[in-house]
Ligand binder design. Structure first.
Ligand code: BGC
Length: 348
């Protein structure tokens, strides 16, 4: 079967290659891939900056944002032929650590987890895969290809879950949210913030076009320029760019008892001057919390599925700015101006 594969850490190695049919050992549920979403992590893997092949294999099939259709599933598994499913990315470490032991693989402590399409296991940019039912999340058939948005939604569903858990350390009545970055993660974080009744401000570089329109269509406020230009003291800030300066600007802007969640994975190697004393003083005197958030567990997939089910389907559809047929697969991995979410379509 055809699969989009790379030799991890080798830039320029991406190819549409043949892979054997998925092994039975991967699970009793056989799924046909309908599409995969492309995200920054895929581009990093393609550029040779990230990613690990399965042990003993030279190449890794990429793709961790998936939507598929069940071809066969054992009776009693909760899945049946025809169901639409999204596959969970991370699998618990084999030890397992205390978190993986209870299904919190997103909080794995020893780093020995695997991530399908990223770390040590083939992903979903292949025509078929096998999976165990506990790692396949059924999505409403009416979502269709929009189900490919579930995985990025889970990342922000987890971020919001942890923001709320931190908020419960004292009386907390948040109203104002700042989201930096209006890519898919920022837009989906905004969607959930609006669903929670918050006033959400979104900052991005672009001055016009689809991103401001998508923000405003949700009832959030779009800004470009700098964080200090916005002039708010948010209760919650969700940083979705990984840009060094913005990270510190957001910490600076957070209001008293503010919670800053960092979701962007930055590449290292750039240094910026920081007045650590002033920043520390502010964080301490205002009880601020800054924390990082990555990945998602099954609970977050369920929360993400609910957020998508409650969202306007027309709005979700506008997030997918390009659907690229498998015959032109390379185009899916070439950034174009105006891209929000690109989907590689295995059905076309
Ligand atoms: C994926 C996460 C993953 C992270 C780090 C992200 O792009 O959405 O599931 O944990 O990359 O590998």
């Amino acid at each position: 079967m055809r699969a989009v594969t790379v030799v991890p850490l080798k830039s320029g190695s991406i190819e549409l290659t043949e892979l054997p049919e998925p092994p039975e050992a991967d699970g009793p549920v056989l799924v046909r891939t309908l599409g995969v979403g492309v995200c920054g992590t895929d581009l990093e893997i393609i550029e040779g900056d990230y990613g690990w092949a399965p042990p003993g294999e030279p190449r890794l099939a990429i793709g961790h944002e998936s939507i598929g259709q069940v071809i066969e599933a054992p009776s009693g598994s909760g899945l049946a032929a025809g169901d639409m499913v999204v596959a969970i990315v991370r699998r618990p470490d084999p030890v397992p650590c205390a978190n993986c032991a209870v299904g919190e693989w997103d909080m794995c402590r020893n780093g020995q987890y695997t991530e399908w399409g990223i770390k040590e296991h083939h992903g979903y940019a292949r025509e078929r895969y096998r999976i165990t039912p506990d790692f396949a999340v059924k999505v409403d058939i009416s979502l269709g290809h929009l189900g490919v948005l579930l995985e990025p939604t889970t990342v922000v569903a987890k971020a919001w879950d942890h923001i709320e858990r931190i908020g419960k350390r004292a009386v907390w009545k948040p109203t104002t949210v700042l989201v930096t970055g209006a890519g898919p993660i920022g837009l989906l974080a905004t969607l959930i913030g609006i669903q929670k009744g918050m006033q959400v401000h979104v900052l991005d570089q672009v001055t016009d076009g689809l991103k401001p329109e998508l923000v405003e269509a949700l009832g959030a406020t779009y800004h470009h320029g700098t964080v200090s230009d916005i002039g708010i003291e948010p209760d919650v800030a969700i940083e979705c760019t990984g840009v060094g300066q913005l990270i510190f600007d957001v910490m600076e802007a957070a209001g008293a008892n503010g919670i800053v969640c960092l979701t962007g994975v930055s590449s290292g190697g750039r240094t910026i001057p920081v007045d650590a004393g002033t920043l520390n003083r502010r964080l301490v005197l205002e009880n601020d919390v800054v924390f990082g958030s990555v990945n998602a567990n099954r609970r977050h997939y369920e929360a993400g599925a609910k957020a998508l089910a409650d969202a306007d389907k027309g709005w979700l559809g506008r997030l997918i700015t390009r659907r690229v047929p498998l015959s032109s697969w390379k185009d899916a991995y070439t950034r174009q101006p105006g891209d929000v979410k690109v989907m590689l379509d295995f059905t076309a």
